[in-house]
Every structure is written in structure tokens, then in C-alpha cells.
Design a protein around this ligand. Structure first.
Ligand SMILES: O=C(O)CCC(=O)C(=O)O
Length: 355
């Protein structure tokens, strides 16, 4: 399986530097071996300095290879595989076939070389495509900090993905008794990443174009994120969160950033919808500065200002990462099921100091 894949790579590609080439394994992906070595060294209690650049490259590597961070770390830390075993594991997540252009893209990035021509062309094509977000959508985004991309994927594709979630859970959509039979994961979050329908949704050009409009470039990296299952709450299983929170450091400086989720079933406001505090991206900094000294901003209750965002199966919600956001209690009659997905450019800057 591996040799078939390696043969498929025998074509012109971005050339790694000589010292980096020595680090290349069977898959031909730069930075993969250093990532594996550093992670295992840390597992074994060896102090390894990880720079901001390493952290950024690790994220790009994993997202470029369609690997969720949590699942990859669980595997590396739990199994301590050899590098060859790790590479086979990576392949197994893609049914034995990585996408050669995606490897070219990663290697161009890690070796500081321009993208291959075909990739440059496909990005230009996306940039030239008609806008997905209208002028009204963009004005709404600027004011409220979120936007709904209607019909980001088809209803059929949403239904197929929803069915895949039910199948993975081993639950029956028509039989509520089955919805509470086992733990989903961490709260509503489900470690379900690699089903073909989930992969297909990550390829949605409508979603990509919407993110491209917000970031001002089509050259974006996609996350391989989780799904979630938020059933109607019961006395035995009250709402499990996530409650309103931020996923970014509250230490200035603040940089532009996005987050997103895809509704896989129709989600009225009361059915555990995503919620956020609209407009807070514009006031976060002054709000933080106005808090009495010693206040933990993450403990201030903003629930009264939160608004549930209802939408239909196949709609995609993008929100500014400076908005407090979370899920909401499901007081409807059917679970809320979503897939998370974000996109960001290579120069996306996170403030590393966590506050
Ligand atoms: O599932 C939701 O509605 C909220 C998701 C969330 O809080 C997050 O992605 O950080």
C-alpha cells in the first residue's frame, strides 16, 4: 500500500533543503519526522523547547495532512510508535492514499518555496469565482461578528453526514431512548473525523469561498475538527455545555480570527443552537479594560446577552473568534448535530501567552 502511494509521488515537486530532506520519511512530508520526534521526546520526559514557529508548523502540518490534533496526540502518546508506524497510521486515516498536491503544498510551505503552478492556478480560480457572501452579509458580519452561509452544502449531503453520525453513535434517530445510552465524548463533542461525508464537507467550495472573502485570500488551511451531538436535555442529562467562552487568549494584541460550524439537521433556536454575543468583537478590548482589577473575564456571566443562531441543515455559521460563544440547552425534540470546520491563512497569528 505504502509503495503504491510512494510511486504516485514520483513527479515534479517542491524540493526540500538538503538538511530537511534527511528528515523526510516514506511519505515525503517535511516536518513530519521532527514533529513525531519532539512529541515522543516530550512523552518520555525530555525537555524540548517548542518555539512559536514549531507550534505554527505543527498545526499546519496536521491540518495539511487532515489529522486532528487530539486524535494524533492520543495515538503518539498512547502507542509511542516508530516513525514508520506513525507514517502508516497517517496513511490509514486516508484509506492508504494521501493527496499529492496537498503534500506539495506542505513541502512548499516548510521549505519556503513558491507553490506548484497547478495549486497557484486553483487558488486563483477560487478567488475569481462569484462571491458567496453578499455586500449585506459582509456588512452584517462587520456589525455582528457572525454570518450564516445558507446552503453551504446540499440537504442531501447534510442528511448523509447526519446519518453517518447516527451510525457511528449506534443510535436510532427515531428512538429517543437510544440517545442517552452512552457517553458521546467530552460533553457533546464527538471524536468522529474521517468519514467520507465529513471529508466531502471540508471540500465545500461555498464554505471555502466564504472564508476566502473574510480573510481576503483563498490560500487557507482547513482544520480537521470534531462533530457534536447535543440531545434534548433531560433530568438525568442536563445541558453539558460548552457554555459561553472564548477559544483565544484574552491577552492583547488581538488578531483577526474565525471559527465555524455546519448544521447537519434543521436547528431552531430552542434546539440547542449555537449561540454568541453579537457585536462583542468590536467591544472586547474596551470591555476588558473596563473590568475592575482582579476580575477574571472568563468568569463574567454574559448569558443575558447571548443569542441562539437558528439555521437549517446544510447552513454554515462563521463567527469572529473574539465573540463569546457556546452551545445552548436543547429544549426541542430532536438532537442538534453539527460538524466544526475553520479555515485560516498561513500567517494567522495566535497570541501564545494564555490569559
Ligand atoms: O457547538 C456549539 O454550538 C459551540 C461550539 C463551540 O463552543 C466552539 O467551537 O468553541
Amino acid at each position: 500500500m505504502l509503495s503504491k502511494f510512494i510511486n504516485s509521488l514520483k513527479r515534479p515537486r517542491a524540493r526540500p533543503e538538503a538538511d530537511e530532506a534527511a528528515e523526510i520519511g516514506q511519505l515525503g512530508v517535511l516536518h513530519l519526522k521532527p514533529f513525531w520526534a519532539r512529541t515522543l521526546a516530550k512523552r518520555n520526559g525530555v525537555f524540548v523547547e517548542t518555539t512559536d514557529r514549531d507550534w505554527r508548523f505543527d498545526n499546519l502540518l496536521l491540518n495539511g495532512l487532515g489529522l486532528p490534533l487530539e486524535e494524533t496526540l492520543q495515538y503518539l502518546l498512547g502507542s509511542a510508535p516508530s516513525f514508520a508506524e506513525f507514517e502508516s497510521w497517517v496513511l490509514s486515516k486516508h484509506n492508504g492514499q494521501l493527496d499529492p498536491p496537498q503534500i506539495d503544498r506542505l513541502n512548499s510551505l516548510f521549505s519556503g518555496q513558491p507553490y506548484p503552478l497547478a495549486l497557484q492556478q486553483s487558488l486563483q480560480e477560487l478567488e475569481a469565482e462569484p462571491d458567496v457572501l453578499s455586500a449585506e452579509d459582509l456588512a452584517f458580519w462587520a456589525e455582528h461578528g457572525y454570518v450564516i452561509v445558507r446552503g453551504a452544502i446540499s440537504k442531501e449531503q447534510a442528511r448523509a453526514t447526519e446519518n453517518a453520525v447516527w451510525e457511528a453513535l449506534g443510535m436510532d434517530p427515531q428512538n429517543p431512548a437510544t440517545w442517552y445510552q452512552k457517553r458521546i465524548g467530552k460533553g457533546i463533542m464527538m471524536e468522529f473525523y474521517h468519514h467520507p461525508t465529513l471529508q466531502a464537507n471540508r471540500q465545500s467550495r461555498r464554505i471555502h469561498k466564504a472564508f476566502a472573502q473574510l480573510w481576503g485570500t483563498a490560500d487557507l488551511w482547513k482544520t480537521t475538527d470534531r462533530t457534536s451531538f447535543n440531545p434534548p436535555e433531560t433530568t438525568a442529562l442536563p445541558f453539558q455545555g460548552p457554555h459561553l467562552h472564548w477559544d483565544l487568549s484574552l491577552e492583547p494584541p488581538f488578531h483577526f480570527g474565525t471559527q465555524g460550524l455546519l448544521y447537519l439537521c434543521d436547528t431552531p433556536a430552542e434546539q440547542g443552537a449555537f449561540c454568541c454575543v453579537p457585536g462583542f468583537h468590536r467591544t472586547l478590548e474596551t470591555w476588558l479594560a473596563s473590568l475592575p482589577p482582579g476580575t477574571d473575564p472568563r468568569r463574567v456571566n454574559l448569558d443575558a446577552q447571548a443569542v441562539p443562531i437558528a439555521a437549517e441543515a446544510g447552513d454554515f455559521v462563521i463567527w469572529h473568534h473574539m465573540l463569546p460563544h457556546g452551545s445552548s440547552p436543547n429544549r426541542g425534540h430532536y438532537p442538534r448535530i453539527v460538524q466544526y470546520l475553520n479555515m485560516y491563512p498561513v500567517n494567522f497569528q495566535e497570541t501564545m501567552a494564555w490569559l
